[in-house]
Ligand binder design. Structure first.
Ligand SMILES: [Zn+2]
Length: 154
């Protein structure tokens, strides 16, 4: 029987991870233990799915220390382990409705945030709307944060 915990990501009481995703005693051992205590298995699986997109889209090399650090940072943001203070972080991996200052309206899935840009994929209709910069991954694109007029959960 899996232990149930109150998850910091979804807020629900659900089954915890059956075992820590990182080996005890390794550098990430303490983080693995924290994940078992705070994040439900379902949300962790959501992160894994998200992580695959991120690694592809950002060309993250997870064998490189810098790549690993970025990966961990995105994970902590996604799972609410770290308060980013970024009002848009809560939309990560969610379907959003957005309008740009140029008046383009669309629906998309937010797949990443940086200090200057927001990244999206799965645009309504499949095509990258005008004003967005297409990324290497099919259907993904970024836009400057200050080009966004409104953005909300769809
Ligand atoms: Zn959860």
């Amino acid at each position: 029987m899996a232990t149930e915990i109150q998850c910091v990501k979804c807020g629900l009481t659900r089954a915890a991870l059956a075992k820590p995703p990182f080996r005890a005693g390794s550098k990430l051992g303490p983080l693995g233990a924290e994940l078992v205590e705070k994040v439900c298995a379902s949300c962790y699986n959501d992160w894994i799915a998200m992580s695959v997109k991120l690694v592809n889209e950002m060309r993250l090399d997870t064998t490189d220390p810098r790549g690993q650090e970025l990966w961990l940072k995105q994970m902590k943001l996604f799972l609410n382990l770290e308060q980013s203070g970024d009002p848009w972080a809560r939309f990560l991996n969610q379907r959003v409705a957005l309008e740009t200052l140029a008046g383009v309206q669309t629906h998309a899935t937010m797949i990443g945030i940086s200090e200057t840009e927001l990244r999206f994929a799965e645009f309504a209709g499949g095509a990258v709307p005008s004003g967005f910069r297409a990324l290497e991954t099919q259907g993904a694109a970024s836009i400057a944060r200050d080009a966004i007029k409104t953005l909300e959960s769809a």
